[in-house]
Ligand binder design. Structure first.
Ligand code: AMP
Length: 191
């Protein structure tokens, strides 16, 4: 199974990604988590990424694409993967197409979680108090929503045209959203 999970910041991607990946027996690959791990280890990649993350901007495509390519090449991703937070730009869509074509497979589904904008901000402000992420301040949260609308929302149309878009309601209990994802994906033929 080769899946991507999309949705605005606060839609619950990370939470759902872990459960859904486990259900399908594939690794959940979160670009945000890999960047944060690099930031906390103080690597060159982390130093570069932090500037963008703290401003609510996207890390440049060449840096992000290279990082994902390396991760997907690891043996545990050979049977499939769930990408959480990638691709986020049209350039990344193209790069991912190339990476998958190279393996002789194709993307099975692009899941998008939709959540009311005000609910998103509330969820992120709440997360700010529990997780202490440096990009969960109100200004940065709003900037991240704008960047998502400008750069990532257009990807929804791309995957809809390909016939692999699965648009789901991300509101309500975490377990109810998980069930919606399972119900939608369990009937999809895997490549
Ligand atoms: P996330 O944990 O998915 O909210 O990502 C946190 C931050 O990491 C984002 O606001 C971006 O600065 C950066 N990031 C994560 N994924 C990507 C991506 N696919 N392209 C560019 N930047 C990304």
């Amino acid at each position: 199974m080769r899946l991507i999970l999309m949705g605005p910041p606060g839609a619950g991607k990370g939470t759902q990604a872990r459960v859904v990946a486990e259900h399908f027996g594939v690794p959940a690959i979160s670009t945000g988590d890999i960047f944060r791990a690099n930031v906390s280890q103080g690597t060159a990649l982390g130093v570069e990424a932090k500037r963008y993350m703290d401003a609510g901007e996207y890390v440049p495509d060449d840096v992000t694409n290279r990082m994902v390519r390396d991760r997907i090449d690891e043996p545990d991703a050979a049977p499939g993967f769930l990408l959480d937070g990638y691709p986020r730009t049209l350039d990344q869509v193209e790069e991912l197409d190339g990476m998958i074509a190279h393996t002789g497979h194709s993307l099975d589904a692009a899941v998008v979680l939709t959540v009311d904008p005000e609910e998103l901000v509330q969820r992120l402000l709440q997360r700010a108090q529990t997780d202490g992420r440096t990009d969960d301040t109100e200004d940065v949260i709003r900037r991240r929503q704008e960047v998502y609308a400008e750069q990532t929302e257009p990807l929804i149309g791309v995957y809809r045209e390909r016939g692999i878009l699965v648009e789901l309601d991300g509101m309500g209990e975490v377990s109810a959203v998980t069930q919606r994802i399972f119900d939608a994906l369990d009937v999809i033929p895997q490549s």
